[in-house]
Design a protein around this ligand. Structure first.
Ligand SMILES: *Cc1c(COP(=O)(O)O)cnc(C)c1O
Length: 424
């Protein structure tokens, strides 16, 4: 179940017109699908205690962020440009979560300015590197060998993120000493995970820590942030995540916690893929084909539009516009133009016969798609479009130009003359 039949029904009849009007390639996102997914997620939890912080890195487009902010989401940021993007929507204070790692002093300055944010510290050593301790502070916990992670994010012991188990209590104690009086805790253990139990386990794990830390430090941790990582079905055979069961199990554990501890922590998440991933497609035109040892379909997009297949061997479903998708009987590699052999959107994929000029629809590019693109080989990132609720299609980012590519070569000359004497 890659993109929804509903999105297909609204997009496909107008796709050729859109492609002619805007030119290819482009990502096109679905406002309606995004809004529905947000509402569905929020409806599973208790409005009073749940907050989703969309991870800006997945789709850092102001028009998309504006939609999400309007639906009540906050933003998870981890760089200065992401903080700026989040604030441009109107978000500030506790609608922004700052989960950087390997953080610089400049990042702390910007994070704490302009109404601030919830600072999520990635290490105990950063306590002394912040310009000041805010009232509200959060720490990112890495359970190490206590948890297994999953195949995508890897083993927590090998992960650069978060504080080790034995550092946690000391970190909250130091923060309290330095003036913090409100606290949260964060962990992100899995990525693109469709087994709901992984998130329930993270919830149990964090609630247990909250109880322990509350008692030993005489504090009351206000929220647990379960991170992102909710998976989507990229492959037609993938089973979707059971969000209802996930949410019900979490709500039950919160009620149990409340019975014992006389208060209920708020529950935060920072999903991105789950919110927008399946509400975007990359549309690209077949421009060449070649038959050598394999049949290759050359398209007018390349890795600069979508890195996931080349980078992780990720599967992205592909439809050929106007061709019967039940007749997938030609085995092809779908390739871009980079001088890199991993510049392929599909490897040995059964697709309907493709002619030069056909449009290919590459599914599920609404998260970690355009944003991950790069300029290697002088390849430029494509435009982004948005299919609005009212049926209009709006360009929400232009394609990069050759001038953009050369922009960083336009600079003030700077020189340092060092005379060196070589002795041998
Ligand atoms: C990337 C990231 C996310 C979002 O991940 P998804 O898999 O898209 O849900 C959330 N939180 C942090 C800290 C991240 O680095």
């Amino acid at each position: 179940m890659p993109i929804s039949d509903n999105y297909k029904a609204r997009l496909y009849p107008r796709l050729e017109t859109i492609a002619e009007h805007f030119g290819t390639p482009f990502h096109i996102y679905d406002e309606r699908g995004i809004r529905e997914t947000v509402l569905n997620l929020q409806s599973k939890f208790d409005y009073a205690t749940f907050q989703e912080y969309y991870a800006v890195k997945a789709l850092p487009n102001p028009q998309i962020l504006k939609i999400l902010y309007g639906e009540g989401l906050g933003f998870d940021c981890s760089s200065i440009p992401e903080l700026i993007l989040a604030r441009q929507t109107g978000a500030s204070g506790e609608r922004i979560f700052f989960t950087s790692n390997n953080t610089t002093p400049e990042e702390f300055e910007v994070a704490l300015a302009d109404g601030g944010c919830i600072l999520n510290l990635d290490d105990i050593s950063l306590i002394d590197k912040m310009p000041k301790m805010p009232e509200l502070i959060c720490f990112r916990y890495n359970p190490g060998e206590k948890r297994k992670g999953n195949s995508i994010i890897g083993n927590p012991v090998e992960s650069k993120f978060g504080l080790a188990h034995d550092q946690l209590e000391e970190a909250y104690r130091l923060a309290k000493e330095k003036g913090a009086n409100r606290f949260g805790i964060h962990a992100m253990i899995v990525s693109n995970e469709r087994d709901y139990q992984a998130f329930v386990q993270t919830c149990f794990m964090l609630l247990e820590l909250v109880e322990k830390l509350n008692k030993s430090l005489n504090i009351q941790i206000e929220f647990i942030n379960l991170g992102g990582g909710l998976g989507i079905p990229y492959h037609p055979e993938d089973k979707p995540l059971d969000l209802s069961t996930l949410a019900a199990a979490i709500q039950r554990s919160l009620i149990y916690f409340e019975r014992l501890n006389k208060y209920m922590p708020r529950i935060y998440m920072e999903s991105a893929r789950y919110i927008t991933g399946s509400h975007g497609v990359l549309v690209t035109r077949a421009i060449n084909h070649k038959d050598t040892y394999r049949r290759y379909i050359g398209v007018d997009a390349n890795m600069s539009s979508l890195m996931r297949p080349g980078l992780y061997g990720a599967y992205h479903h592909i439809d050929v516009f106007g061709k019967d998708s039940s007749e997938r009987d030609v085995i092809v590699d779908v390739v871009g133009a980079l001088c890199e052999n991993n510049d392929k959107f599909a490897v040995q994929r059964a697709l309907p016969p493709i002619d030069d000029g056909d449009l290919l629809i590459i599914h599920d590019t609404g998260a970690h798609g355009h944003a991950m693109g790069f300029n290697y080989n002088g390849r430029l990132r494509p435009q982004e479009l948005l299919l609005r609720n009212n049926g209009t299609v709006e360009r929400i980012r232009r394609a990069e130009t050759i001038e953009d590519y050369f922009a960083t070569l336009n600079f003030e000359p700077k020189m340092l003359n060092i005379s060196t004497t070589h002795t041998t």
